[in-house]
Design a protein around this ligand. Structure first.
Ligand SMILES: NC(=O)C1=CN([C@@H]2O[C@H](COP(=O)(O)OP(=O)(O)OC[C@H]3O[C@@H](n4cnc5c(N)ncnc54)[C@H](O)[C@@H]3O)[C@@H](O)[C@H]2O)C=CC1
Ligand SMILES: O=C(O)C(=O)COP(=O)(O)O
Length: 484
């Protein structure tokens, strides 16, 4: 096993001493010795960076689970981890230097921040939602984004089940009263949930899982979604949100943050709800107009609510949460029968451990081998055989976590070229590679960004550098990487 080499200092050694970097305890990825110009922001100074695993700098924010950190440090990457998110100016300062950033739902990677991320190759969202990242800007600048699409779905669904009963029985209020020494035994407006109708808005991973659990407890389930989706059990899709609101005793929201879902529940929609119905929001804070919810609760139209997500959330634990953060005039905390939780829908040991593994594995596969299979903003490509690799992760999870591991099936050098999806690029790409032994090649596009990978056999480092330099001159180029 050779020590990783800094190619910018000793490029001639890259091929002769093929890298087999310290084997990760969790993966069998082909570790790269590689070079590329991760500085993909057009117009910015070029920067040659070696990508030996120990040179990869990773910034993890928002308390990413140890399972993920272990995988990343196991690869030899430099990992800096923070418990909370960072103020934007600090984030900008730090993101300039790193190749990889791992975040959860709070850190906003908007255009302003990403523009500064001159070395950034990839973003790992250690959560489901990716609304906090400007995905298009990232793709256009060669930054792949990965998430964990369903590892915390069950946790959210279980929380919602707990909240349905808690609201129906006013458990929050009774508990608060007891904490203050007040015995208040009431049955007025406390209900069983058996036979009641649950209206699910957004029948995706979470909504459909919830549907099954709710039916098991004797509820009738209706759902509204913008696409026609197969009903699980006896659930029924309704054609409009209004239909759902007029029939549901409990309304629960499971849509992503999108322009179309902003204030999806506002004064008009609260009016359309049944008298004394309940609202649960564990999706995104922007989906509910909270002042309108407060009015609906004060008028008695809405008998209770559970809110897990807010338009503006504190940066980390210990930070004060109050109205001024969101600019509401009325204090949501003064209402009866309202459960307020600090965005904990996906916060279980099981979910966080599974997310840590899934996203860290995706990052390793991308960094080391350019595999974009589960990316949310890049064409999905892989040229390596993937194997299900359970034992590697037994250490971090005894649950159902399996991991797709890329095997080192080739001794070829790999060229990764992210480019604008315009006519003629593949011809130019193949002209550049033409005189070499191209073992395998794959390409795909997603909108106006395209991705091509090629395995090239029996090439000298000097040839790879020439290929690299030639690709860099193409006007369509977004990012070139050479992994070997
Ligand atoms: N509170 C928490 O800790 C967590 C919150 N979330 C949030 O929950 C959201 C939903 O998660 P998943 O179920 O995994 O997403 P998903 O993508 O599997 O399902 C979302 C569903 O919403 C539907 N949809 C989109 N726009 C809609 C609209 N305007 N009207 C009606 N339906 C619409 C989609 O067609 C899809 O079926 C995530 O995007 C995330 O923001 C996710 C995990 C944890
Ligand atoms: O997975 C999601 O989208 C969530 O909202 C959970 O976010 P978190 O990882 O708890 O910040």
């Amino acid at each position: 096993m050779t020590n990783p080499q800094d190619i910018s200092k000793a490029p001639q050694q890259g091929l002769a001493h093929r890298m087999s970097v310290s084997a990760s305890p969790t993966t069998t990825f082909s570790p790269p010795s590689s070079f590329g110009r991760p500085n993909c922001q057009q117009g910015l100074p070029k920067q040659l960076k070696p990508f030996n695993t120990k040179d990869i700098k990773i910034l993890l924010l928002e308390n990413v689970n140890q399972s993920g950190k272990d995988i990343l440090t196991g690869q030899g990457y430099q990992v800096e981890a923070h418990k909370g998110s960072l103020p934007e100016d600090e984030l900008i300062e730090k993101i300039r230097d790193v190749h990889v950033i791992g975040i959860r739902s709070k850190t906003k990677l908007n255009e302003k921040v990403l523009r500064e991320a001159k070395n950034l190759l990839v973003v790992g969202c250690f959560c489901i939602g990716t609304n906090q990242v400007d995905l298009e800007f990232a793709a256009h600048h060669g930054i792949a984004v990965f998430n964990s699409p369903f590892a915390n779905s069950r946790s959210v669904a279980e929380l919602v089940i707990a909240e349905i009963i808690t609201l129906a029985r006013q458990l929050g209020d009774r508990s608060n009263e007891m904490h203050k020494g007040a015995w208040n035994k009431v049955s007025n407006k406390c209900w069983e949930i058996r036979g009641k109708t649950l209206g699910i808005v957004g029948y995706g991973h979470i909504g459909s899982q919830l549907s099954v659990l709710a039916e098991a407890m004797g509820m009738s389930v209706i759902y509204y979604d913008v696409v026609s989706l197969m009903a699980l059990g006896s659930a029924q899709q309704v054609p409009t949100l209004k239909d759902l609101l007029s029939q549901a005793d409990f309304v629960t929201l499971h849509v992503p943050e999108l322009p179309e879902t902003k204030d999806m529940m506002s004064a008009t929609q609260f009016e359309q709800m049944k008298e004394g119905a309940y609202l649960i929001n564990a999706s995104r804070g922007t989906v509910v107009d909270l002042p309108a919810l407060i009015n609906a609760m004060r008028s008695g139209k809405v008998a209770g609510a559970a809110v897990d997500v807010y338009p503006a959330e504190p940066r980390g634990n210990g930070d004060y949460f109050n109205n001024s953060l969101n600019g509401w005039e009325e204090d949501i905390r003064s209402l009866n029968n309202i459960i307020l939780t600090p965005h904990i829908g996906g916060s279980t040991e099981e979910a966080q451990r599974a997310i840590g593994i899934e996203v860290a594995d995706a990052l390793v596969r991308y960094i080391n081998q350019g595999i974009t299979l589960s990316s949310v903003n890049m064409p999905k490509l892989n040229m390596r055989s993937l194997t299900l690799d359970e034992p590697n992760h037994a250490r971090v999870s005894s649950l159902t976590c399996t991991s797709l591991t890329a095997t080192t099936a080739t001794d070829a050098s790999q060229i990764v070229f992210i480019h604008q999806n315009v006519p003629g690029v593949l011809r130019k790409f193949n002209d550049i590679l033409g005189s070499h032994n191209v073992d395998r090649q794959m390409s795909d596009s997603r909108g106006d960004v395209a991705y091509v990978m090629a395995d090239v056999k029996d090439v000298e480092t000097s040839d790879l550098e020439e290929i690299y330099d030639s690709l860099e001159t193409l006007s369509s180029r977004i990012l070139t990487r050479v992994l070997y």
